[in-house]
Design a protein around this ligand. Sequence first.
Ligand code: GLY
Length: 347
Amino acid sequence: MTVEAELGSMDAIRVPVELGDRSYDVWVGAGVRHRLPEVIPGDVKRVAVVTQAAVVDAGITVDPGVEHRVFITDNGEHIKSMGAVEELCREFAQWGLTRRDAVVAVGGGAVTDLAGFTAAVYHRGIRVVFVSTTLLGQIDASVGGKTGVNLPEGKNLIGAFWQPSAVLCDTDALETLPPEEMRSGLGEMAKYHFIADADLDALSLPERIARCVEIKAEVVAADERESGRRAVLNYGHTLAHALEAHGGYDLRHGEAVAVGLVYAAELAHCTGRIEAERVDEHRRVVGGYDLPTSLPAGADLDALVGLFSRDKKAVDGVTFMLDGPEGIQPVAGLAPALLRETLEAIR
Ligand code: GLY
């Protein structure tokens, strides 16, 4: 991670994502979205800016410095649909966007996932730059090239690995976020404390974001297509996905991940992989972000255990990413009775 002033005269932190000829930089800092013209590839003639009504309403706009049109989607996760992809592609085609042009996505994960996937398939792939405006987007969705949309049958079931040309994480945009949206990002941030045993506590928010991006960039560089190591980014997510799939709990994604981190630590302790002190460390970090460390009231333990085996990352029965002497690793074959008893322990 390097503090640089290369992006115009602005102090920003540059985090490189090393992927050979698909490498790019992530820039983190206050107001970095205003440096967009400097990261648009030089030969791009026109830009389709894809953003969301709430982002525009919050005053977060961009000027790519070349001819552009702005395409504004509805608010919410439901924009991640094949219908929205088709609509955008048709609008791009009617405008005459070509393979020499680019898409710029301005918003949170729903916008970057939708616009990134649309860029991946339009004309068999055109360049895309992400201007990420939420904490969750900055430390997760905008980095690493996973793009996609949902089906009624499940989330992110259609997608592509399509790396952006650059990512701008503008920390000014975070000031416009509703508190619950910020909490959602903090749950993912808590995860990074354990993935790289990172000491994030003493860092400022931009430094912390940059460190999380750096950790993710290292993981993605080692395993772009998720054939192994990248699954570590799913730490805490098996319980989180089960809570979200069950529904009816008043939890944002990051809050569900927060409980999932504590649960994963308890499971790791029950299976002899970590000491009680390490479980306490999970509780301290999660609690330090003012996030929940126990299950929501009325949690249906049997239903949650049933849902674990349907997690789409479960390649070998019920698999959890668990901390241990060698770091976080997949652990398969955990007995349903143990999973249930450990849920009881975090009730
Ligand atoms: N969000 C997890 C990943 O990018 O692999």
